[in-house]
Design a protein around this ligand. Structure first.
Ligand code: URA
Length: 288
């Protein structure tokens, strides 16, 4: 294979940007592995192995072995648990024991039952005021949130802040969290099992915050918290309920995700209507 000369070589930043745009933006191990060197080494060993023939020309039966100086094969740095019902049951049990938000955070930090934790850089617990009457819930952190350890800090978070400002609120008067606290690699959609494992944590978080009104951003959190199976464009703008483990019923306004609004600005008017409903409900409940 012809090698690239110095000025033909892609700039490292271009290469990283290319990887990021292809969704390859998670470092699984601390140290890089040169797969090209590994494969070249394997080829050399294979060639040496086939050249080790007996004087009569018969090929020896032992397979070629890597020499002693060869680097050991890479081992995965983390063990990823395959999501199953046992982990969801474990999450339910430990989440119910949290008496405060700090305890819940600690319990979640020590929880090893969600495979998403293995690839995420941080656990994104929440942002904003835990005493707020309004709580907003998204699905899962993205790349920017994973970097900062806070929900909705990227472009969609900036739009969310502008929407909140339009109804006279900000992160000091609202509380923001996600159903899933660990970023799914490459921003893929969480699997139903991953969602079930994390569901007890967000339910406990809601029970501890006790908001007067919930807003779900996009279809998946609406489905998790209200049980509504409808697609978001059908369910948005209609009040639903979330019932906490102690029986408190909290009104939920499902609305569109800010990411969706960035891609479909014509639908911002729908979200605006939903947030006007939220504002009216907060007024009615004496919170605004
Ligand atoms: N999208 C979400 O659902 N949550 C975040 O925290 C960021 C983007």
């Amino acid at each position: 294979m012809a090698s690239l000369s110095g000025n033909e070589r892609p700039d490292l930043r271009d290469l990283l940007a290319f990887y990021a745009s292809a969704g390859v933006d998670d470092a699984i191990l601390d140290d890089p592995i040169d797969r090209f060197a590994e494969s070249a080494q394997r080829q050399t060993i294979a060639v040496q192995g086939s050249a080790q023939q007996s004087p009569q020309g018969a090929v020896r039966s032992e397979p070629a072995r890597p020499d002693k100086g060869a680097p050991p094969p890479p081992r995965p740095a983390v063990s990823a648990a395959v999501p199953d019902e046992a982990q969801a049951a474990a999450a339910r049990e430990i989440a119910s024991k949290a008496a405060t938000l700090d305890e819940l955070r600690q319990i979640m930090e020590g929880f090893e039952g969600c495979n998403l934790k293995a690839t995420a850089k941080s656990m994104v617990f929440a942002d904003g005021n835990p005493d707020a009457d309004l709580m907003l819930v998204g699905e899962a952190p993205g790349r920017d949130e994973d970097f900062e350890g806070l929900p909705f800090v990227g472009r969609s978070g900036q739009l969310l802040d502008r929407i909140l400002a339009a109804i006279g609120l900000d992160r000091k008067s609202a509380y923001v969290a996600n159903v899933i606290p660990w970023r799914p690699p490459g921003n893929r959609a969480p699997t139903p099992h991953e969602t079930e494992i994390c569901r007890p944590f967000i339910e406990r978080q809601i029970a501890l915050v006790k908001p007067k009104v919930l807003v779900t951003l996009d279809g998946p959190p609406a489905k998790v918290l209200t049980g509504s199976p409808d697609v978001i464009l059908r369910v948005r703008g209609t009040w639903k309920n979330h019932t906490t483990s102690d029986g408190t019923v909290i009104p939920v306004m499902p609305t569109l995700h800010p990411d969706y609004l960035l891609r479909n600005p014509a639908h911002k008017k729908l979200a605006w209507r939903d947030f006007l409903e939220v504002k009216a409900k907060l007024r009615e409940l004496g919170s605004l």
